[in-house]
Design a protein around this ligand. Structure first.
Ligand code: MN
Length: 209
C-alpha cells in the first residue's frame, strides 16, 4: 500500500477500531460560526495556508450521512478571529455570532475506493488541504465538540449561477441519522443560545477588531 504523507490512518469500516486509539486531534483549526445576519446561516471555516477559507451553510452542518448541505463560498476569515462570539456591528454582517463548534481537523486522501487516509503531518496536511481546495474536493476529519468524524466538501456545477459546494458527512461511527443543527442552539464555548448572545454581546473571548 502506497504511503501518503507521513502517518496514515485507514478509515475503512473494518479498520475503524484502529482510528479510535490513534490520532486524538487534527493539526489545523476549524470553526463553525452560527451567524444571524440578514438571514440565519452557519459559517464553516477551515484553516488552510494561514487563513480560513469559508462557506456559508444555510441549514448548518449535519452528522447525518444521508444529507447534503448547500455550502456557498464566502471570503476568507482571519485565523485570529475564529474565537469571536458576540454581536457584529453594521458593515460586518450585523447581528449575533456564536462559536457553534470549534476544534481541529486533518485532511484525508482517498487511497482506494472508500478507503481514506488521514494526513497528520502539518506540512503535508497544509499541502493536501490547499490542493484539495483548488480541485474542489476536500476530504477531512473533524475533531470538534459537536462535529466529529469524516466529511467532504465538494464543488458542484453551480446553484443559481453562483459557485456552490456541498458538505457531506461520510458514513462512520460519528454518523447520526436525523441530526439537525437547529436542535443544537448553544455555543461550544459559552453554552449560550443565539438569542442570549444577541442580548448580551461579547463573551470575553477574543475581541473583534
Ligand atoms: Mn456570516
Amino acid at each position: 500500500m502506497a504511503e501518503v504523507g507521513a502517518k496514515l490512518i485507514f478509515l475503512s469500516g473494518r479498520l475503524t477500531a484502529a482510528v479510535k486509539n490513534s490520532t486524538k486531534k487534527g493539526t489545523l483549526f476549524f470553526v463553525v460560526h452560527k451567524h444571524k445576519a440578514t438571514s440565519l446561516h452557519y459559517d464553516f471555516r477551515l484553516e488552510i495556508g494561514g487563513v480560513m477559507p469559508s462557506w456559508s451553510i444555510p441549514k448548518g452542518p449535519s452528522l447525518d450521512s444521508a444529507v447534503r448541505r448547500l455550502a456557498m463560498p464566502t471570503s476568507d476569515h482571519d485565523l485570529d478571529y475564529r474565537h469571536f462570539e458576540g454581536v457584529l456591528p453594521p458593515g460586518y454582517g450585523a447581528g449575533p455570532v456564536m462559536v457553534w463548534d470549534e476544534g481541529t481537523y486533518n485532511p484525508e486522501v482517498e487511497i482506494s475506493k472508500g478507503v481514506r487516509a488521514e494526513v497528520t503531518d502539518r506540512k503535508e496536511a497544509e499541502r493536501v488541504a490547499s490542493e484539495s481546495l483548488k480541485e474542489g474536493n476536500l476530504k477531512f476529519r473533524l475533531y470538534g465538540k459537536k462535529l466529529e468524524g469524516s466529511f467532504a466538501l465538494v464543488r458542484t456545477a453551480g446553484f443559481g449561477g453562483k459557485e456552490s459546494w456541498l458538505l457531506i458527512k461520510h458514513r462512520d461511527e460519528y454518523s447520526r441519522p436525523g441530526y439537525d443543527a437547529k436542535d443544537y442552539d448553544f455555543s461550544a464555548v459559552s453554552k449560550r443560545s443565539i438569542a442570549q448572545i444577541a442580548s448580551e454581546g461579547e463573551s470575553g473571548t477574543t475581541p473583534f477588531t
